[in-house]
Design a binder for this molecule. Structure first.
Ligand code: ATP
Ligand code: MG
Length: 382
């Protein structure tokens, strides 16, 4: 024990949303495989695209960002969007596609791609959001053409295109189908287009339902918790680079409290660093940091999710959390609320839409946020 604290300015840990961790552990195999895929696709060889799934805070956005940076490095232009409901994500996709094309020397292929964008953009801007959703306007079908024409124009300039979509479970099924059709056609025509989709675990099913062939187009990386050894190196590596060591009991305490979820690992390591006295950082230091780490998790990570839930759906969340961690049958949740399954179906659907819960398989639900059941029981007792 010493009187000196560790310098908070030098704190290497990075709790946040999409904030790159100081040591990105456990993802090497995925990154290497995607590197190969990118190079194959650029030389007109077939390869699978990448699906990244997992619960909240498991590191999907960070990995998507890493793969996008890799693509940029090996000659790809990147269209990267975070899908939200409505037309905003499509608009962003079109805007970025246009920007890429405008950077290229004008050629027939570039002009043609710009025209495809116009035809989709007009329907998006013209008739308004609500009409779009229901009426399958032929122009919106041109979304697939935008993708193939963009890849054709890029290929002409010896470039590839990476389409990277985060929160892809938020894309309407018809749009997903159109996007996948474009990606598929590029593969058939040997065009240099690669695709990464990241989202909640439901995304695998969404993709399969959007098009029968789509499942086979993607390699699936289902990100789970990090292993104890991975957690230990996520904590140790960045510290030892600046001459700070962690005792084994300290990393074990964080392994315990985080269950290996990357966001929790970063949060615990960050707060422990700021409160630690011991050298090396000890299990007592982790204990001292507990109020700070727990407060940070409650007030940011968890509270932000609860804030988005309308009062009518809180009862469903309480019902599910009363059953404990893990997936539960929809019927059991309804029973916990003293209701019938059909009566709560609308709540369930809305919570899925908001990314609070997901259906790991038909008729089952689970929180998409690790440790959320515990938080709800603590913060919102019935
Ligand atoms: N492989 C990793 N090793 C260590 N830390 C990681 C790793 N991946 C992500 N993190 C950390 O975990 C946190 C969450 O990462 P990220 O935002 O990418 O998760 P996410 O799955 O996209 O979450 P959400 O579903 O809420 O969008 C960040 O603080 C990030 O630094
Ligand atoms: Mg994310």
């Amino acid at each position: 024990m010493s009187d000196e604290r560790y310098d908070p300015i030098a704190n290497p840990y990075a709790p946040g949303a999409g904030t790159p961790p100081p040591a990105l552990v456990g993802r090497d195999a995925i990154i290497e495989a995607f590197d190969v895929a990118l190079q194959r696709i650029r030389s007109s060889r077939t390869s699978q695209h990448q699906l990244i799934t997992g619960l909240r805070g498991v590191g999907k956005t960070v990995l998507l960002g890493k793969l996008a940076a890799l693509a940029q490095h090996v000659g790809y232009r990147v269209v990267r969007i975070e899908a939200v409901g409505g037309n905003d994500s499509l608009r962003s996709l079109l805007r970025q596609a246009r920007r890429i094309l405008e950077d290229l020397d004008r050629s027939q292929k570039v002009t043609r791609a710009l025209r495809s964008i116009e035809s989709v953009a007009i329907t998006l801007a013209g008739t308004g959001v609500t009409v779009e959703r229901t009426a399958a306007t032929p122009d919106r079908e041109a979304l697939a053409d935008v993708i193939t024409d963009l890849a054709t124009a890029a290929a002409d300039h010896d470039l590839g295109v990476l389409l990277a979509i985060d929160e892809a479970q938020m894309i309407a099924r018809d749009d997903l189908r159109r996007i996948l059709a474009g990606v598929h056609r590029c593969g058939q025509d040997g065009l240099p287009l690669a695709c990464v989709l990241a989202g909640l675990p439901n995304l695998v099913g969404d993709v399969a339902r959007a098009a029968t062939y789509a499942e086979r187009m993607f390699a699936v990386a289902d990100l789970g918790p990090l292993s104890p050894a991975q957690v230990a190196s996520a904590i140790r590596r960045p510290a030892s680079e600046i001459g700070v060591e962690w005792a084994e009991a300290a990393t074990e305490a964080i392994i315990d409290r985080s269950d290996g979820f990357p966001f929790f690992v970063q949060t615990w390591a960050y707060h422990t660093w700021n409160t630690a006295f011991d050298e090396p950082i000890s299990a007592d230091d982790v204990e001292r940091a507990a109020p700070h780490a727990n407060h940070a998790l409650d007030s940011s990570f968890f509270a932000a999710r609860i804030a988005r839930i309308p009062a009518s759906e809180v009862a469903y969340v309480q019902g599910l959390s009363s059953l404990g961690p893990g997936p539960h049958r929809s019927g059991e949740v309804a029973a916990a609320m003293d209701m019938q399954t059909p009566q709560v179906a609308a709540f369930r659907e809305r919570l899925i839409g908001e990314g609070i819960i997901y259906a790991p398989r038909y008729g089952w639900v689970e929180f998409a946020i690790p440790h959320f059941d515990e938080y709800v029981r603590r913060a919102l007792p019935r």
